[in-house]
Ligand binder design. Structure first.
Ligand SMILES: Nc1ncnc2c1ncn2[C@@H]1O[C@H](COP(=O)(O)OP(=O)(O)OP(=O)(O)O)[C@@H](O)[C@H]1O
Length: 359
């Protein structure tokens, strides 16, 4: 079922938590809502669920207005950060709960409930825990049971609010891969809140980046990572270097380096900012023919197969972060304290402060 958010606003007193957001979540897609703390992700999820009423705007489920529909009529399943399993019930009873409390006419009979619960427990690969109690499970297992419980009532929409937020990094990483595979099997329209960019990029079909109650960018994970719409998204999605540039006739210059910026063809000697990811900094051991910046290598750190360099160029007070393979690093024969030449291989130029998207 698709979900359409149409010009939704939500204020708490004078504070605007959702600022005129319009978005469509496509049928069967897993979308991540990504943004810093306080950006309005949870509020948007609660508005979709019907736990919060928008001040203006409409919510449509599969094209039908659901704005005034009670939460119990929306066919949504939830999974929250803190496992909300009933402690005094076994795993089986927890998953069966939503089916057992249905009104008599809609309640499946015992054998059907049993089959369904066992199928769901197999789906989350925990059928062997049916007779255990929540305290006998790990945090990750509890979250998988919480998901099975949410799916038992066959929701048309699944809403997950930082479902793995309370778990340690390794379990988190395993569970997000597991969630991806599960979603590939069941294809229920899902909206997943996270403030972890790696989690969003790895798990979802689509990422919506939020900031201060607004949508900064909305698109496929690769697109968002490779073509951030503005400096906020660039910074939020991982490490990035910022170089001050002068833009003239569609070319941005940083010292001797000329970067193509055709979107600024009409600009004459304007200030610009070039954003470059550490792995997009090319490093050379000697002066390169097509222009490069001279730098001193201040720090070399090896992280597994990658070598991270901190460099200082002649023209900038900022440290430049570069990342290259261990193999390439050895080939170049670079040393800490030595010199190097660097050049952005891929960059994006923006006008300062305005946060205007370039191209
Ligand atoms: N019931 C409420 N009353 C007043 N302010 C609220 C209420 N709910 C949320 N807010 C405020 O709205 C803003 C957005 O909150 P929200 O929980 O949606 O952000 P979030 O992006 O999910 O953040 P986090 O990642 O920290 O959960 C916050 O500044 C929060 O303090």
């Amino acid at each position: 079922m698709s979900i359409e958010i149409d010009h939704v606003n939500k204020r708490f007193g004078d504070f605007t938590a959702i600022d005129n957001v319009s978005l469509t979540f496509n049928d069967g897609e897993l979308t991540a809502l990504l943004g810093p703390s306080g950006s309005g992700k949870t509020t948007l999820l609660r508005v979709i669920a019907g736990l919060e009423q928008p001040d203006n705007g409409r919510i449509r489920f599969h094209g039908e207005d659901a704005t005034d529909l009670h939460v119990s009529k929306r066919s949504v399943g939830f999974v929250f950060q803190h496992y909300a399993l009933f402690k005094h019930m076994s795993v089986f009873e927890n998953v069966a709960y939503g089916l057992r409390v249905k009104p008599r006419g809609q309640r499946p009979d015992k054998a059907v409930i049993r089959d369904k619960v066992m199928t769901l427990l197999s789906l989350v690969q925990l059928d062997w825990t049916a007779h255990r109690y929540p305290h006998q499970l790990s945090g990750g297992q509890r979250q998988r049971i919480a998901l099975a419980r949410a799916l038992a009532v066959e929701p048309k929409v699944l809403l997950l609010d930082e479902p793995f937020g309370a778990l340690d990094a390794k379990v988190r990483a395993e569970l997000r891969r597991w969630l991806r595979r599960l979603h590939d099997d069941i294809h229920v329209t899902s909206v997943f809140v996270t403030h972890d960019q790696e989690e969003a990029l790895e798990v979802s079909d689509r990422v919506v980046v939020m900031n201060q109650g607004r949508v900064e960018q909305d698109g496929a994970p690769e697109r968002i990572y490779d073509y951030p719409a503005n400096p906020f998204v660039y910074r939020f999605l991982g490490n990035v270097n910022l170089f001050h540039a002068r833009i003239h006739n569609g070319v941005a210059r940083i010292g001797d380096v000329a970067l193509e910026a055709p979107e600024f063809a009409g600009y004459r000697d304007a200030p610009g900012e070039a954003y470059v990811r550490p792995h997009d900094i090319e490093v050379f051991a000697d002066r390169h023919h097509s222009g490069a910046l001279h730098a001193r290598i201040e720090l070399v750190s090896r992280v597994g197969p990658t070598v991270r360099l901190e460099l200082r160029t002649d023209e900038s007070a900022h440290v430049v972060h570069a990342e290259l393979s261990r193999h390439r690093f050895q080939e170049l024969g670079l040393v800490q304290g030595g010199e190097a030449w660097i050049r952005p291989a891929h960059s994006r130029v923006f006008l300062p402060d305005t946060e205007l998207a370039a191209g």
